[in-house]
Design a protein around this ligand. Sequence first.
Ligand SMILES: NC(=O)c1ccc[n+]([C@@H]2O[C@H](COP(=O)([O-])OP(=O)(O)OC[C@H]3O[C@@H](n4cnc5c(N)ncnc54)[C@H](OP(=O)(O)O)[C@@H]3O)[C@@H](O)[C@H]2O)c1
Length: 272
Amino acid sequence: MQWADTRVLMTGATGGIGRTTALHLLKQGAAVLMVGRSDPTLERLAGEFRSLGVPASRVKWAAADINRPLDRQRLATEAERLDCNVLLHGAGLPAFGRLQDGAPEDLAAVLQTNLVAPMQLTQALLPRLLTLPAARIVFVGSVLGSIGLPGFSVYGASKFGLHGFAQALRRELADGPVKVQYIGPRSTDTGFNGEAVQAYNRATGTAHDAPQQVAEAIARLIEDGAAERLLGFPERYAARLNGLVPTWLDGAFRRHRQALATPAADLTAART
Ligand SMILES: NC(=O)c1ccc[n+]([C@@H]2O[C@H](COP(=O)([O-])OP(=O)(O)OC[C@H]3O[C@@H](n4cnc5c(N)ncnc54)[C@H](OP(=O)(O)O)[C@@H]3O)[C@@H](O)[C@H]2O)c1
């Protein structure tokens, strides 16, 4: 797929990874329909990109809450109008902390936004994507969709679910024009990670990437058509080992549990 022929509907475009990725894709020559919940934020972002030299014809936006059926339908209509051939799922909610400290409604909200809504939005756009000569559905998952970490049981469940959905759908659609791709970033420096996660990362020696690294990896994934890619060493290899023999790694998370016992861990981040 040539960048000049690439028209992306991207959820999460107002976020730390999303805005960097949107700009990076625009700079490659793609057109991007940016999705977030706030119209003024999206309008400001589009203005920012135009002031950086991006042609107005290639940067569009639509305010929508992916959890609302009518909004998803509106996005499907808009994607058809703009002839989008890439659906890039970047929206997500964080959740961190011990399971017993979290609220049930936060648990449901995280699964709805990170897993159910991307499935539903995919379902809404898929009939149209299947009529195109070539199309992509790209899921921004997480390394936590391949390896379960203490403190991330709810978030990890949402990303394991997304990973499984992407894998099954990829195989289901393998004979047609729609390629399904999955990328799993490791911890990334955005507002997604509150003080509690940053403290946990410091205590456990967890490495983190800049949003630009993730943006470039997403563009590379779209360019080379790989089915899935996890970012970061040693995360990529730990995830592989975890997939082969999960119990081998069970003894490796003492420091993580200790870090969790400190008071800052806060599942309520999911409410933001
Ligand atoms: N940061 C990390 O450490 C990290 C690591 C691995 C994977 N990821 C994944 O990468 C993706 C982006 O993360 P980020 O760090 O960029 O997060 P972020 O800065 O918090 O941005 C989250 C994005 O999701 C959007 N969003 C949330 N709920 C929505 C809803 N109901 N409807 C529509 N849009 C909604 C937000 O839009 P609004 O403008 O409407 O708020 C925002 O654009 C997420 O899927 C996350 O799970 C992040």
